[in-house]
Design a protein around this ligand. Sequence first.
Ligand SMILES: Cc1ncc(COP(=O)(O)O)c(C=O)c1O
Length: 493
Amino acid sequence: MALSKGNGGPASGNDARSGQRLLSPEEFRQAAYAHADWIADFFEHVREFPVLPSVQPGEFAAGIPAAAPERGQELAEILADFRSHVFPGLTLWNHPRFFAWFANSSTPPSILAEFLVAAMNANVMLWKSSPAATELEQITLDWIREWLGLPAPRFGIIYDTASTAILQAIGAAREHADPDCRRKGMRPGLTLYLSEQSHFSAEKAAITLGFGQENVRKIEVDDSFRMRANLLEAAIEADLALGKRPCCIVASIGSTSTSAIDPLPAIADIAERYGIWLHVDAAYAGAAGIVPEMRYVLNGAERAQSFVLNPHKWLYVSLDCSVLYTTRPDILRCASSLAAEVIRTPEDEQVVNFNEYGVQLGRRFRALKLWYVLRYYGREGIVAMLRESLRLARLFRDLVASDAAFELCAPVPFSLVCFRLRRNNAHNRDLLAAVNKTGRAFLSHTVLNGQYVLRLAIGNFQTNEQDIRETWELIQAEASRLSVPESAAAERG
Ligand SMILES: Cc1ncc(COP(=O)(O)O)c(C=O)c1O
């Protein structure tokens, strides 16, 4: 372990008269260099650190002072405490052997942009409050739209997360189905359709927006975990017969457990036939559509009224950054806007004021990190990184397939591999715990058809073939070390 012991910069002085704590430009410069040194060293030595810390709940908190400081402290001291106390207690999401959930990357250009964002502290609530930031959001989202091959015009907006984006999208769908709801509140009987494999953020949105869980239909999936379009149509027909009002269908490109792709063209046909709002959740896998040979995965997405993609998942941008595109910004705006006098400006008629398209008034300047990342790597560079993740996932899939002790549990359309030992659930749970405990890799799990399944997701920009091969060897070694007889493990479930 050779991380810089950068001292956090020189001690800073107090203003004798006012008692205020000041940091001169030179002091700031030195402190910033020290932090940058530490980050550069982190990237250089990242593989020397455990992906998952071995800490118990409460252990970190017990190791730092419980009381807030009365007197200001030196940045050098704070950085030193970050290094020695906070860092060892972090799960390293930016580690090349972080394979859990959906692995992602905070790349250097994104980190540098975040530094500027904090310095500018721009609030992108109105065009007037941040003209360049507002227009940069429009420009960068149009670049991504074009790279994805989604037809113009399409309004784009950045939210913090896909969970917020889907809340806004379903809010727009509700407005579409029930135009009076803004004034009178929602009428009962609006229904929402997802698959059993949809991310739970859609159901959460339904709860928040007042649909009620009883009005959420979870459509069965096929053997490849894709929504069955015929059962979707049957559910809509059954609801109509009961006098319900089908409001929104959520289809996934890259569902959470297995990265399945719902049959979008067939689902779009149904949505159009019944006049139902179609939302596409491509939070993780949408970025793959930038790769020419993968563009087919977005077929049908152009027919959706709303579409979400998370650059903070697989587009090399730091958390958080989620992009929503809609063909109906008029409805999204109607569902969310309230023009209070204090935020009126003379330019209102000529510009986009992004706060009108969401629940938030204050908004971070997230477009800058997108602009940095898209410009630094270019389309070619992004495609090369995405292709590498796809290649490594296929490599890992083939390694699993070549070992008779293991089995693949779902197709591998993107960079996620679902697999298991051909043993019972307890063995697989033990295997995951044993692998993660080493700190040399971090995987997560899901349950498919009652079976405990390991998930290895690739998305970090530094992950290489050696990481994949060594992680596979680690998994094999831990699997053979698990010598618990099947009968003993079965007792534990
Ligand atoms: C398919 C899918 N949709 C939505 C989400 C929610 O994303 P966020 O964490 O940005 O709210 C996830 C999270 O993993 C996901 O996998």
